[in-house]
Design a protein around this ligand. Sequence first.
Ligand SMILES: Cc1cc2nc3c(=O)[nH]c(=O)nc-3n(C[C@H](O)[C@H](O)[C@H](O)COP(=O)(O)OP(=O)(O)OC[C@H]3O[C@@H](n4cnc5c(N)ncnc54)[C@H](O)[C@@H]3O)c2cc1C
Length: 305
Amino acid sequence: MYKTIKVVINEPLAKHLTMRVNQIANLFIEVKSIDELVDSVIWAKKKKLPFFIFGGGSNIVFIHDYPGLVIKNSTNEIKVLKLTDKEVDIRVSSGVPVSVLIAKTIEMGLSGFEYHQGLPGTVGGAIYMNSKWTKPMTYFSDRLVGAVLLTTEGKLKKVNKDYFKFTYGYSILQKTKEILISAVFRLPKVKTNLLNKITLDSLTYRKKTQPFGVATSGCFFKNISKEDQAKLKLPTNSVGYLIDQCGLKNYKIGSFMVSSIHANFIVNIGKQNSESKDLVKLIKYIKDKVRQKFDVNLVEEVEIV
Ligand SMILES: Cc1cc2nc3c(=O)[nH]c(=O)nc-3n(C[C@H](O)[C@H](O)[C@H](O)COP(=O)(O)OP(=O)(O)OC[C@H]3O[C@@H](n4cnc5c(N)ncnc54)[C@H](O)[C@@H]3O)c2cc1C
């Protein structure tokens, strides 16, 4: 594998992750094809190296240096499998950026991803996280039909949508640690004008309600359940509301600050040397304050490695 893929030693991870926290990957590989992705995982297994795969790095924060191999998934394959008058099946490799997939499917007049305009990251991250948009409630996985996974034994396996057991913020990949290699979506044909309108409306709403163009990992904590909302007699299940009610907007530790626009966003306002220990302190501070005021235990949506 050394012959074909460049292995970088001691790669700084900040530039690859949207929160821009400074940690080092002992070994780092960027894969550009499905073969490279599969080979690099099998190589790490053979060498008994711990490994971690990421796509857009928009939902992860490393708080320690990583002692094994970090794999950046930049596979970029989109293929039409089946075409009828009404719908199209497409196969997408897991490293395809969501923004590219949206642009491509809209160009083809295919519905399925238009509400996710502005969602950072890749198809792999969006399926792993079961990423969503709440106006209206739609999941990135809604049009998924099936997928190919790489198992923890290094074998390729075909699964259908049911296998993922999607719920809010959850897919089975979080438990099995299998890797999404590619996914097949069945997308109905729709008028491009309508798709363009939806993407524009979604992006406009996103820009109005979320900090944009800053270093962040998006919503840091999962929203509370509707049952907990009813029990606590709260007007919303939004964790941003709870954090805001604790008076934490603009609260800062080191380079990390609770956003003034959306209190469930932690933003990194430092230019360099943002210390992960400050982020850890801020996370604990927010959780403590929300527990004291509402008796709610916040659960991280962002994965802390
Ligand atoms: C500004 C901003 C706005 C956001 N808005 C939203 C939003 O509207 N809705 C929403 O749900 N989220 C949102 N997020 C969070 C994040 O963008 C999504 O969860 C996104 O889908 C993650 O994709 P990614 O490729 O960046 O994942 P990464 O951060 O790279 O990885 C996330 C997790 O997925 C795993 N993973 C990645 N690829 C694979 C693969 N191929 N196989 C198996 N596991 C894999 C990683 O190991 C990691 O555990 C936002 C984030 C930001 C920064």
